[in-house]
Design a protein around this ligand. Structure first.
Ligand code: 5GP
Length: 198
């Protein structure tokens, strides 16, 4: 069975929203000690675009986190796979997440960062799936609220694939079972690389 990705948010729509978030963040962080902390791997594309939409002196760092296995179901287990490269004492941290789903990852990271005496910690998420929240999440800047569908593209993966799509789409549920069974067996017939229709 072939994979299918239904386009949901076009590259243009994402770029427009990222620009708006950059303007808001620029306004709010003027004169502060801004450090953007991207949560790897999913947020690296968003973080790269967002930082270029922020017109301020700032730093960028990354935290590596694993919260999903090779499937699409939240395990609830958050593992740090890569720590920050610098101390964050007195820094104004803006945690950049690709998507907040159950909220467990952000909750865990907020606790971790708070132990390192930053001046402040805020959260910027590109996507939020409120239907699946298991804990209340602090979200200071939000790109889009989305329905409970498994999304890929613009940094978001399914089993490490699709991160390179320039748009965000819904991974067709009918093809997921086949994907899991055939992960190592074959290459998909349709890559999902076709341009978005909206
Ligand atoms: P949470 O801890 O909020 O449940 O999960 C956050 C992480 O789960 C995200 O950073 C992302 O890596 C992954 N995740 C949640 N929903 C999706 C989704 O729809 N698609 C993909 N590719 N990853 C997701």
């Amino acid at each position: 069975m072939a994979y299918r990705v239904q386009p949901l948010l076009s590259a243009d729509r994402i770029a427009e929203r990222v620009g708006e978030l950059g303007v808001e963040i620029t306004r709010d962080y003027s004169g502060r000690n801004l450090v953007l902390v991207g949560v790897l791997k999913g947020s690296f594309v968003f973080a790269a675009d967002l930082m270029r939409a922020i017109d301020l002196p700032m730093q960028v760092d990354f935290l590596g986190v694993r919260s999903y296995g090779e499937g699409t179901v939240a395990s609830g287990v958050v593992q740090i796979t890569q720590d920050l490269s610098h101390p964050i004492e007195q820094a104004d941290i803006l945690l950049v997440e690709d998507i907040i789903d159950t909220g467990l990852t952000v909750a865990h990271l907020m606790k971790l960062l708070a132990t390192r005496s930053p001046a402040s910690v805020a959260v910027c998420a590109l996507l939020h799936k409120p239907a699946r929240a298991r804990v209340a999440s602090q979200i200071d800047y939000l790109g889009f609220t989305v329905e409970d569908r498994f999304l890929v593209g613009y940094g978001l993966d399914f089993a490490e694939r699709y991160r390179n799509l320039p748009y965000i789409g819904v991974l067709d549920e009918a093809s997921q079972g086949a994907e899991e069974e055939n992960l190592t067996a074959r290459t998909p017939k349709t890559s999902g690389l076709e341009p978005p229709k909206s």
